[in-house]
Design a protein around this ligand. Structure first.
Ligand SMILES: [Zn+2]
Length: 399
């Protein structure tokens, strides 16, 4: 067993301490330091390790070894026997205490009401909690209201060490098999659970618990929640994001959802109008082109792939030519980039699939399609296409 004094159990609010270095071992990631006393909580029971410093040197990780010894990982060695001053990152630890204590109330209330167990637990920017049975969102919201009531009641969070006789008759939640003296966390009428983590003294310090999401997971549910400072940070992020949307769209705070829906509806109507105008343009444009051509070339601006294909299809179906080739200049010839011209070629006669490869080779392009229609991009300029495309195709197809 470790001889180290674990100060975080004596006083979870202790932020600094002095101790003697009892060993310093070189490991892969740096140096593992053991101390006579520590208030650095080692990762365990779902609670991440404390951060902080020893004589101003950063403590990168804190772990408990199998024999119970707590080791502090640093990138600098310490001499055995040296007295060091340790300081933990208190905002980080207090946030963990708030969130961990909040999770106790949630798991305890769900256990009382539904009999489910907490079967997975992870703390980072949000708390992920896996429960062994299903819940509806409404049931979860009811748990949220009850949890916050426990918080606002400012109930004490008691740590008790029951005797072997007492533990027999105690109905408590146990996160894992514990040996030796069992440490029980008690929140009156909310939770009774074996736990080795650090907790706040009274529930009021948790401030707030808010559930963010719930999904079905392994026959139960996975819940994301935040408490204390994480809840405040989450509120900050969401408020900032809402304010940006509000400013951009000139909406009142309570009208964001309604306002965004209205704007999306308007945008959809605009898309429909644009499609109708495009259709009309295509009809007029096609009517203006000459009839009875073997090969018809047409250059358009600003068509996307779908519009280009639609226009080419209409041109092919108009019967104006046996081959209809529509080109669209995608980008200007700037900064040494080769000009890219998207193409769509339709045929009411000759098989285009057979000649697609030769066209791409001749005009430095890529693409393909069916015997009736091919689509792609030529990396060449408009002048070359105007001068050579028809002749090349005529020769290729012996038209
Ligand atoms: Zn705990």
């Amino acid at each position: 067993m470790s001889e180290m004094n674990e100060l975080f159990y004596k006083n979870p609010y202790l932020t600094s301490f002095d101790a003697i270095v009892t060993s310093c071992e070189t490991v892969k990631k740096g140096y593992e330091i053991t101390l006579s006393d520590t208030c650095f909580y080692p990762e365990g029971g779902g609670q991440p390790a404390d951060l902080g410093t020893l004589n101003g040197i950063s403590v990168l990780d804190v772990q408990r070894k199998k024999d119970g010894t707590i080791v502090h990982l640093t990138d600098t060695p310490f001499e055995t026997g040296l007295t060091v001053h340790g300081e933990i990152d208190w905002p980080h630890r207090f946030s963990l205490m708030q969130n961990h204590s909040g999770e106790h109330i949630v798991s305890g209330l769900i256990h009382k009401k539904f009999g489910y167990d907490n079967v997975g637990y992870h703390m980072s920017d949000v708390i992920t909690l896996d429960l062994s049975g299903p819940l509806t969102w409404d049931e979860l919201m009811e748990i949220e209201r009850e949890t916050n009531q426990v918080i606002w009641d400012n109930r004490p969070i008691n740590i008790i060490y029951p005797s072997d006789a007492e533990i027999e008759n105690l109905d408590y939640r146990s996160k894992k098999e514990l040996s030796g003296k069992i440490r029980i966390v008690e929140i009156p009428d909310a939770d009774l659970c074996a736990c080795c983590g650090t907790h706040v003294y009274r529930t009021g310090e948790i401030g707030l618990v808010k559930f963010l999401s719930m999904i079905n997971y392994k026959g139960g549910v996975r819940i994301e929640m935040v408490a204390g400072d994480l809840a405040l940070k989450d509120y900050d992020r969401k408020l900032s994001s809402n304010q940006v949307i509000q400013r951009l769209l000139c909406l009142k705070p309570d009208e964001i959802a309604e306002g965004v829906k209205k704007i999306l509806d308007e945008s959809q109507n605009k898309d429909l109008k644009i499609a109708a105008i495009n259709k009309k343009y295509n009809e007029l444009k096609i009517a203006s082109l000459p009839n009875d051509q073997k090969i018809l070339l047409d250059f358009e601006d600003d068509l996307n792939g779908i519009e280009l294909r639609k226009f080419c299809d209409s041109l092919k179906n108009s019967g104006k030519a046996s081959i209809s080739a529509v080109f669209c200049v995608s980008n200007a010839n700037t900064d040494g980039e080769p000009p890219a011209i998207s193409y769509c070629i339709g045929s009411s006669g000759p098989d285009l699939k057979k000649i697609s490869k030769e066209l791409n080779t001749e005009f430095n392009g890529k693409g393909g399609g069916s015997s009736e229609m091919i689509q792609g991009t030529f990396y060449t300029d408009r002048k070359k296409l105007e001068a050579e495309f028809s002749t090349f195709l005529k020769n290729l197809l012996s038209l």
